[in-house]
Design a protein around this ligand. Sequence first.
Ligand SMILES: *Cc1c(COP(=O)(O)O)cnc(C)c1O
Length: 348
Amino acid sequence: MLPAEIIAQLREEFSGQGADPTILEVPFSGPRFRRVLEEAEARLRRLVDIASDYAVLFLQGGATAQFAAVPLNLLGAAGRADYVHTGYWSRRAIDEACRYGSIRIAASMSAGDPPAIAPRDTWRLDPHAAYVHITSNETADGIEFDAAPDVGRVALVSDMTASFLTQPVDVGRYGLIYASAQKNLGAAGLTIVIVRRDLLARAHPHTPAVLHYGLQAQAGSRLNTPPMFSVYVANLMLGWLEREGGLAQMDQRARARAAQLYAAIDGCETVYRCAAPRAQRSRISVCFRLHDERLMPLFLEQATAAGLLNLAGHGRIGGLRACLYNAMPLAGAQALAHWLRGFARRHG
Ligand SMILES: *Cc1c(COP(=O)(O)O)cnc(C)c1O
């Protein structure tokens, strides 16, 4: 979702009535777009509290391009990295990284296991790894880290796509954070990378220029035409996040929304089940199942008719999922919780 006020602003600006060209009609190299990019970076640095020893990059290709860019840029002379396997998206990151170097799975899970993040003290970490990769929120599985794990002196890299800007982050604990924008920051096409500057010098010589952190940092993310519309929308979203009270406020809202849904699911345990361990339940991706999976088509049909949309789980995992990104109002979660109880009464 996007906040209604941002949709309204975009509708107004793109109505064809304005005197000035829209952001889709100006050169990326000109002052107008440069101001948008600079404002977006300044807002992001304020919101997240990003120190000057970190570069902020505005890139293309989604988190999936970062699955390749991270090993290409960071493996360096060590040539090896540790990945923590916690579900679908970390598996995707691992599969891609294996194309570029020696990738070790520091903590694993088996097919068919309920989703879970293995306890930190069971991870087997290589002190000479170039980095340790985690996935802060497993969007398809419904679990998340509650804080940055301690990985010693090795650079911690996090795919924060699903939880980015939904809570305060201690950036200093990370070597690199990446997140595509379509979940919490507006429109698809843009990926934010926050990277500690001392890591910029390790790129493999074959790294494509558009994915090369050092070259993109030098070029101010304008090595080629950036995804201008997505950057524009992200800047509006960053302004909205500041006006709404920042990341601590987003975290409170995320917790309140998720609590509504988990209470409804737990309260109707003869109809629904949530496999995630309680302490790791995601505030963002509420994943659950019907005990009687034959009711799935009916559930989805009736929910859609009630205006409760996109509740089918990730295609590779199945089940049900409520995606509660930043712009989802509490009333949306309340409406779904109420409807879940009604469905359970009718079919329990
Ligand atoms: C959605 C998602 C992705 C996929 O991102 P793309 O921008 O589609 O490449 C990657 N990681 C996580 C954790 C996600 O939630």
